[in-house]
Design a binder for this molecule. Sequence first.
Ligand code: F6R
Length: 616
Amino acid sequence: MCGIVGYVGKQKAAPLILEGLKRLEYRGYDSAGVAVWQDGHFEVAKKTGRVANLEKEAARHKLVGSAGIGHTRWATHGGVTDANAHPHLSSDGQIALIHNGVIENYVSMKKFLLAKDYTFKSETDTEVLCNLIAYHYAKEPAVAGESRLLESVRKTLRHVEGTYGIVVMALDLPEELVTARKGSPLILGLGEGENLVASDVAAIVSRTQNVVYLKDGEIARLTPKNFAISTLDEADITPVIDKVNWSIADAEMGEYAHFMEKEIFEQPVALENAMRGRFSEDGSTAQFGGLNITPGEFRGIERFMFCACGTALHACMVTEHLIENFARIPVECDYASEFRYRNTPLFRNTLFFVMSQSGETIDTLAALREAKRKGYKVLAVNNVVGSTIAREADGGIYQHVGPEVGVASTKAFTSQLLIGAMLALYIGRMRDLSFGAGVRYVNALKGAPDLVRQVLKQAPHIRTIARRYAHHTDMLFLGRLSLFPIALEGALKLKEISYLHAEGYPAAEMKHGPIALISEKCPSVFLAPKGEIFNKIVSSMQEIKARKGPIIAIVTEGAELPPGLADEIITIPECHEAVLPIVASIPVQLLSYYIAVERGCDVDKPRNLAKSVTVE
Ligand code: F6R
């Protein structure tokens, strides 16, 4: 969840590291720090709060060295203080370390180190790890042609229980970084006369597009001109160099006030990218390149299981609805965090899917591993190329929507909805969905970006509505069938970026409890598209209105509501069932966004959150 950047080369390291940290700030923003090797010592600047605070602090330190490490923190062990910010130095001053993850056995390590007179300035598990490396480093003999630092990090990590992505420097090795991972992503960036390491491509893409994704259990040594990868068991690894297929402009905000706003408005293009090349030539079904499972095998699947967290789980729930409806195969969805500990009975011929924008969410990864351990094939829907989930899955579908920087997921969500809809079509066409129905379905999906464009035009209207409701403290989101997960998503979006209490419910379920919340102070957002249960949803609105609850209704263009029933109306175009959840997501995203803006919230970096949750 924390952000990591390391640089070794000929340039001044600090400005490059600070630039990288700014791009990683969405990963964690409790505090940030940088350490640079210069004039025979580590010059360290750390500050609680945003990278902007660190920049001011770094200016005071006059950081001129050309090798260094930097970190943005999302606190796990120890409060948000300057002392707990990374980098940490060992008490003998020999080792500097940044760390993402959790060292579970740090208490026993600390006891061992205290007995050896190592001292500690922070409450973190990271400082313990740093001192343990220093302990091994001090004992490590210098052997010609071998890296003392690499060997001592290797020795230390053999004792570690937990997860880590680390970058380490030693005081007497000014041109060397050692980095290792287990459970936390790390990417090497290979430049001209310089090498970098980061937890995320965004931090290094301005310097190089040539990257190596480090795997769990691997350790690497970087110098300005070389890099070498091996395992903790000392086996050499032949690196696979990948090319990043997006540029720095993709990760910049441009004319928008927030990344979330940019990513909401980017959705038509994101959807086009996610569907490009994925329809069959006859225009009646979807096709995917990387499933690694034959149509015949797919045909034999009798059940699907989807696991994910947060917003991605809502996308799975919509997918469940569409697969069951169009392919007539039972689907189960579960929170990845629950599945991993539940002893769920799984049927034979079940195909397992995980969905994850980042591909690094630890609970989703653990669910994937649990399913694989039980002998199931696991496919992944994932946005970040080369992520751990993408690599560990047996196959999958990339979302292809470019980097999502806003902590609140938007374009990644609608592209997951699109891919879910395409999967339902693909499986449906293997079963009972006719050619004609397939063609209509494909055409509907192709039309989705334009429908989203139409809804986005209502942004000023939705902003006006947001102004009227921004001061409320509670809000309900109500929907049915495939729009129930969109109600959940609306409530999640609002909660996370505006700190307003919101709940999502199936509209008809509201009278079994939540109706007690209704008063003129608790508005309800109804997702009420045209369809066979429109009148039932109108009845639910009447029940709210009878209790003086304000109503914001999202309805199909031309829908007739009883006069005076809705206080606010937002319209969406009429559309195919597979496209409806995508189109209906736009008003709830915009509403949440504008409410958060009205409330003066830090939309892209909501309190207590981080973009990719790599701890349990
Ligand atoms: C909410 C949000 C989170 C993520 C969740 C899973 O806006 O972004 O709920 O959806 O943390 O993240 P990924 O998809 O990266 O596994």
